[in-house]
Design a protein around this ligand. Structure first.
Ligand SMILES: [Fe+2]
Ligand SMILES: [Fe+2]
Length: 325
């Protein structure tokens, strides 16, 4: 679909872009990015990553064997991270609701929303089948956590703003990619590593889609997009923050090197910001300039915080190593 040339706006004055106008103005970009996505996304089969022959019945209807922690060789860190990743994927109905409400279900936007939902659905299916077949986690505990997490629902922090929503998903898809990939590295199971690499690849393509959309938004409405990026980056939290026991799990995940401040700064925020040249964009109005400056101050502070975390972590590891000698 081709639309009329978009009206350019460089300040937040009376000509500020509304969400409805932005959605219309970006439809052409969505169509182009959707085409590109469909060309590069390769079909893959979640069931091929599940060792079905290792599966055993559980107690209850089939009178099988109760789960025991020794049933699987997945590392304790891998178990925690895999459960957080799966429960995060599980809340897909809420995520679908949020983006379908924001972006709509018609035209290229709608096609993307539904395609994205179908791809994300594969992640939860594959992870659950893998975890239950390999008996890597307590199945009753997992089911109770899923019920409790999904029953809470997920409400986007950015539902009030189209640009904030696009900015958030650009960073969040990359955060999810890195989290899956690093979970695979530390899981202690080559098959889990392969499955998580496959999922991480999907998340990367999702990130590219939203990042390219954010690039177009920065061209159309630079001041508003800069404000949205600054707001999202300075107030970012992972989509799984509502998972029961999330704080404790997140601390283990941070200490284990799956996802922490250093990774968030170096592998998630900076690659997107650098690609979009966010800190170098010129010609901004006063509002855009202020947002850019806030972003710079925040990133410096985060980098310093990450360095402190790294130093404490190195000291902790040195103490553990000394104790083992
Ligand atoms: Fe996913
Ligand atoms: Fe994704």
């Amino acid at each position: 679909m081709t639309i009329a040339p978009v009206q350019r706006s460089t300040s937040l004055g009376s000509s500020a872009w509304t969400d409805a106008r932005l959605i219309l103005a970006l439809e052409e970009v969505v169509e182009k990015e959707l085409d590109r996505h469909l060309k590069v996304a390769k079909e893959w089969m979640p069931h091929e990553f599940v060792p079905w022959s290792r599966g055993r019945d559980f107690p209850g209807v089939l009178g099988g064997e109760a789960w025991e922690p020794g049933d699987s060789k997945v590392t304790p860190l891998g178990r925690v991270a895999l459960v957080v990743n799966l429960l995060t994927e599980d809340n897909l109905p809420s995520y679908h609701h949020e983006i379908a409400t924001m972006f709509g279900r018609e035209g290229a936007w709608g096609t993307w929303v539904h395609r994205w939902t179908a791809e994300e659905g594969r992640h939860g299916i594959a992870l659950r089948d893998y975890l239950l077949t390999t008996r890597a986690v307590d199945p009753d505990e997992l089911e109770r956590a899923r019920m409790s997490h999904m029953a809470e629902g997920f409400v986007s922090d950015n539902a009030h703003s189209m640009l904030q929503s696009v900015a958030y998903v650009a960073f969040q898809e990359l955060a999810t990619r890195i989290s899956h990939r690093n979970t695979g590295h530390y899981a202690g199971c080559p098959l889990a590593d392969q499955l998580l690499a496959k999922i991480a690849n999907d998340e990367n393509l999702h990130m590219v889609f939203y990042r390219n959309l954010l690039k177009a938004a920065l061209e159309i409405a630079p001041d508003q997009a800069m404000r949205a990026i600054a707001d999202v980056v300075t107030d970012f939290r992972m989509p799984g923050h509502g998972i029961p026991g999330f704080e404790r799990a997140a601390a283990q995940i941070a200490l284990g090197g799956v996802y922490n401040l250093r990774i968030h700064h170096d592998d998630v925020l900076q690659p997107v910001l650098r690609h979009l040249k966010v800190m170098e964009i010129g010609g901004l109005g006063p509002e855009g300039l202020q947002a850019q400056e806030e972003l710079g101050v925040f990133l410096d502070g985060l980098d310093a915080q990450a360095t402190k975390f790294d130093e404490r972590q190195a000291a902790r590891l040195a103490r553990v190593a000394a104790r083992k000698q």
